[in-house]
Design a protein around this ligand. Structure first.
Ligand SMILES: NC(=O)c1ccc[n+]([C@@H]2O[C@H](COP(=O)([O-])OP(=O)(O)OC[C@H]3O[C@@H](n4cnc5c(N)ncnc54)[C@H](O)[C@@H]3O)[C@@H](O)[C@H]2O)c1
Length: 333
């Protein structure tokens, strides 16, 4: 049993993290929100026994973990507070507002020897895990070119007075897109990129390359769409393409060379999300929390370690930091 406090009961903490924690078998024993009425309404709805206005009002004795879904600039200090109290933490993305802060936080978590899971749900979405399983058979070879597109409708403004617009796009979409691309092709670390002109919102493209191995990633992300659009294409060195559209349908386009391909060279659908499964597991939220729970308890990991811990975010922050440096744009104004 993992007894957790949920801190931040807004749209993500209240509507996603809380029900996903219950699905994952984590027991929410208290809710914290600066808006106490919001916390009370949710506590009543889900049968959570305690509500608090502030974190420093909470008796931590009977807690194992905190789950944080706060405004982005408040995550790092609250992760620090929790590990100092001896608690494990699951923090929604972004765990830190810049690379230097992430590095300091990793040191703090390591020194406290606590688990710090990070909400990178796309890693654990059903379709992404399915694609990973397919690659692990070895029949497609090695991912040579990975392309992720993730666009949504916000942010149109920076997330806070001190945060740049580019950093805000990273906190919202880019962190997921770059992390996912690098998780399939981790060697593509020579970074460049571009801000693309669109008439509403913003669009950025991050490119990573490794010329020695002939590996490339492209992660495009922004706020130019009316709703979430997601695309993950993995081109393998065998010539095979595995393509996951909107986390809903995984297709395989053979590169050729195998006898069965001559008869039918077209795309094969390998997996489709069930139309009734639109919930927390399909999107990866419950799966990553189940992984977090297993790590806290020292059990076998049900998501085979795809779920992110704090240190896993370093390559993604490094890549975006490199790009901001080349654009001469700060993380924080
Ligand atoms: N993993 C994902 O895909 C995903 C998706 C959406 C949001 N998120 C993350 O979740 C976090 C929350 O986003 P949201 O959309 O729910 O925001 P929100 O503004 O709806 O909720 C934030 C909540 O925190 C409360 N709060 C603010 N300061 C507080 C404090 N000091 N103590 C206690 N409560 C405080 C607010 O009252 C509010 O209820 C963000 O960091 C965001 O990046 C992650």
């Amino acid at each position: 049993m993992v007894r957790a406090l949920i801190v931040g009961c807004g749209s993500h903490g209240g509507e996603v993290l809380l029900p996903a924690a219950l699905t994952a078998g984590i027991q929410p024993v208290g809710l914290v929100d600066a808006d106490l009425d919001k916390a009370k309404t949710l506590a009543e709805q889900w049968g959570v026994p305690h509500v608090y206005n502030r974190l420093d009002e909470v008796p931590v004795r009977q807690l194992d973990a905190v789950l944080l879904a706060l405004p982005v600039a408040q995550h790092a200090s609250n992760v620090g507070w929790a590990v100092d109290q001896g608690l494990h933490v699951f923090v929604e993305k972004p765990p830190a507002t810049n690379l230097a802060q992430l590095r300091d936080l990793i040191d703090q978590v390591d020194a406290a020897d606590r688990v710090c899971g990070v909400g990178m749900n796309f890693r654990c979405a059903e379709g992404v895990l399915e694609l990973g399983r397919r690659l692990s058979t070895g029949r497609h070879g090695r991912p040579a070119y990975v392309r992720v597109v993730q666009v949504a409708r916000k942010p149109l403004e920076p997330f806070g007075p001190g945060l740049s617009m580019e950093a805000s796009l990273f906190y919202a979409q880019g962190i997921h897109a770059i992390d996912l691309a690098l998780s399939f092709a981790p060697v593509a670390t020579a970074i460049s990129g571009q801000r693309v002109r669109v008439n509403r919102g913003r669009l950025c493209v991050v490119v990573g390359e490794d010329h020695d191995s002939g590996t490339r990633i492209e992660a495009s992300f922004g706020s130019s769409a009316a709703g979430l659009y997601h695309e993950l294409d993995v081109f393998c060195d065998s010539g095979d393409l595995l393509s996951l559209r909107n986390l809903s349908e995984l297709s395989y386009l053979p590169g050729g060379g195998e006898p069965d391909v001559a008869d039918y060279p077209g795309a094969r659908v390998l997996w489709r999300r069930s139309p009734t499964n639109v919930g927390y597991t399909a999107a990866g939220y419950a799966t990553e929390l189940a992984s977090f729970k297993s790590r806290v308890l020292g059990d076998a990991d049900p998501a085979s370690s795809q779920a992110a811990v704090l240190r896993d975010l370093l390559p993604t922050y490094r890549a975006f930091d490199e790009l901001l440096t080349c654009w001469d744009v700060p993380w924080t104004n």
